[in-house]
Design a protein around this ligand. Structure first.
Ligand code: SF4
Ligand code: ZN
Length: 304
């Protein structure tokens, strides 16, 4: 098949649009959308220091590459932070790929471990919690967000960028529906999230409109070093099941994932009772809707 924009051979078919892209037009389209998202949502200010959460997977690797590519144009500095949860059979491979990317594009990479930041690694948890039924991703996700936020501030960042793609966003929305989590369905970011001095740092997701297939293709076409291994703890988790279901529906009805996100945006826009995370945790000073944040509650459970 030929590219819809030129006579070159197509490398990608965007089914929900019916458009074919050659390598150059795909890269151009992908980067244009990244820039558009940043401008539309006013994600950056000049002199921002952007900390990119870099796991070594295709999403965060593409994100770091993009920020670094356009850093001069935006007048920003870029730093990368990797979180090592202590999953011995998985994380070292992804951190290795991440280090390789940072070295090749000249971006500083800081690796922060659960062991040093929380006091316990994920692999050591079962011994301490053998009587509890653990949802690995809940524990890991809460601590990862907490540590990433703390570390970003420590390294002087004014924005924290994460590589969540369209599939991740659509999955999260459906999971919130399934759990009856109306608080997150209505959540509207607070302007205070932009104020680092008060302990808040704005999280930005410029790839939130990029399907997973496209971030994979972008990283592949540019030959970015990335690791495609999947976390062994994710098997059997609800997110994977929801992801499979969405892929199946998307195949038969292209555009479904975008529609899920549009619907959630409309719910947020019409919500009068959106939750605003305006307070801070009494123990750690991080953003929290309650007196003690979930990360500190969990640290207490494991005696840290
Ligand atoms: Fe952590 Fe779950 Fe992600 Fe694995 S899949 S790194 S356990 S959040
Ligand atoms: Zn706390």
């Amino acid at each position: 098949m030929k590219c819809s924009k030129c006579a070159e051979k197509a490398v990608y078919h965007r089914r929900y649009e019916g458009t074919y892209y050659c390598k150059n037009h795909f890269i151009y389209m992908f980067e244009k959308r990244f820039l558009k998202e940043i401008r539309k949502s006013k994600m950056l200010h000049r002199k921002d220091i952007v900390a990119v959460g870099l796991s070594g997977g295709k999403d965060s690797s593409s994100l770091l590459y993009l920020f670094n590519k356009f850093a001069k144009m935006f007048g920003i500095e870029v730093v990368a932070i990797g979180i090592d949860e202590g999953l011995k059979k998985y994380r070292p491979k992804t951190l290795k790929a991440a280090s390789k990317l940072c070295k090749s594009i000249g971006v500083g990479y800081h690796i922060v471990s659960f062991k040093s930041g929380i006091g316990v690694s994920l692999d050591d948890l079962p011994k301490k919690l053998k009587k509890r039924k653990i949802n690995w991703c809940s524990w890991c996700g809460v601590w990862r967000r907490w540590l990433l936020n703390k570390s970003a501030k420590k390294f002087g960042a004014t924005k924290l960028a994460v590589g969540h793609n369209l599939d991740d966003e659509a999955q999260s929305i459906l999971m919130n529906f399934m759990r009856g989590d109306w608080r997150h369905l209505q959540y509207k970011p607070d302007d205070k999230n932009d104020c680092v001095d008060a302990g808040f740092i704005r999280r930005i997701k410029p790839l939130g409109w990029a399907p997973e297939k496209e971030t994979t293709l972008y990283a592949t076409l540019l030959r970015l070093p990335f690791c495609s291994a999947e976390c062994p703890r994710s098997f059997g988790m609800l997110r994977r099941k929801v992801g499979r279901l969405l892929n199946e529906i998307e195949l038969a009805h292209p555009g479904t994932k975008q529609q899920v996100i549009c619907t959630a945006d409309r719910i947020k826009a019409s919500s009068k009772t959106g939750i605003k995370a305006a307070s801070v945790c009494k123990q750690c000073g991080e953003v929290s809707a309650n007196k003690i944040c979930r990360a500190c509650e969990m640290r207490q459970i494991v005696g840290k």
